[in-house]
Design a protein around this ligand. Sequence first.
Ligand code: HSE
Length: 436
Amino acid sequence: MNKIKTFNVCIAGLGTVGSNVIDDLINNHEIIVKKINAEFKILAISAKNKSKKRIFDISKYQWKDDPFELVKNDKCDIFIELIGEEKGLSFDLVKKALENHIHVITANKAMLSKYGNELFEIAEKNNVLLLFEAAIAGGIPIVKVIKQSIFLNKIKKISGILNGTTNFILSEMGKKKLSFKEILGKAQQNGYAEINPANDVDGVDSAHKLSLLSTLCFGSTINFDNVTYKGITNIDIEDIKNAEKLGYKIKLISESEIIDNKIMSVVEPKLIPNESQLANIDGVLNGVKIETDHLQSLVLKGEGAGGQATSSSIFSDLYEIALDTKSPSLGYAINKLIDYKKLDLSNKSESYYLRILVKDISGVLAKITSNLNEEGISIETILQTPDKNGSQEQIPIIIVTHETKKRLLSKALTKIEKLDFVLDNIAVITIDKSIN
Ligand code: HSE
């Protein structure tokens, strides 16, 4: 048997994921050596708070108060960044590591989606890898599937549920009829949510991931600004119940494709048919669907967040480094990336779910429908459910439109919101019947 190859690993950031990685490296040492005749040895670690209680014994490792000592160490082969700042310390450490010819593994989608172009270029120049399987969809090995297994397919479209926290919240709202806030607290306790949970619920985290997936799928320059995003904070429990009545589920859907040589990347809550595959991905699970010239529908489903799942993706990157395949971090060489322009979405045709809270007086429905008709918007279904709140009688009117252009809908809704019997902003959610 050949001599075991040792990779010295330094880790910065010892929260849920970092601690799990160390614990797993200890527990799986034997199996790793047996499978690949290599070992990943923890050379040194660093985190903000040394005295925090952790699932492993920190006294077994060299502790560095200054994390820059990790990336200046010429014995370090692999630096794992799990601090998670969008720029600041995370960026400076990763940059320094790459410049010092150290491979980097990170779960930091925020940093890569904003500053990835610069960092991947430095990695390529210095002949090291900057790997990020853990940054997208937790434990689902989506990066490697795209940049290795199906890289030579022509990818037409990618869509999916990329955020465990919001999927957990939407699923629990439907199941337990609990408030948005109560459930968010649970997701935070389970360690799914981002440092700033607004990034999850506002759709930013999904948008970070989608911008990276677009690069992997279409060879586009990383451009977070090309993603249009909207979160789930305005989704009311009533919307979830109405969607159910209409045969749909509400999911935070991320999708990207190239249309007319422009990029369309959108994250938004959507009503999708109950029987579709993505509708049945619940809880903290994520799911990704890819359509290519060879594959009508490749769906990967799995744990999208949490220490154990994310640690599995970090292990997959450790293995990629050990394999020494010499393939680029993004699949594409940097000079092959294309700077696609963003597609104008105002002319995109879609169906919409509308919830309009009105005073319960006669003639209301006729006025609303005539405003929609003026913009050529035809109605597929109307639901009217009594909902008597407070002293004044008010009812929500639920309307499902046929396909219409976004700009026409906006025009009609601006007029409807000005009608004096309309009591609140109109809730608008896109319906996607084509997702299967
Ligand atoms: N906050 C993220 C999520 C963690 O909820 O999906 C995994 O990226």
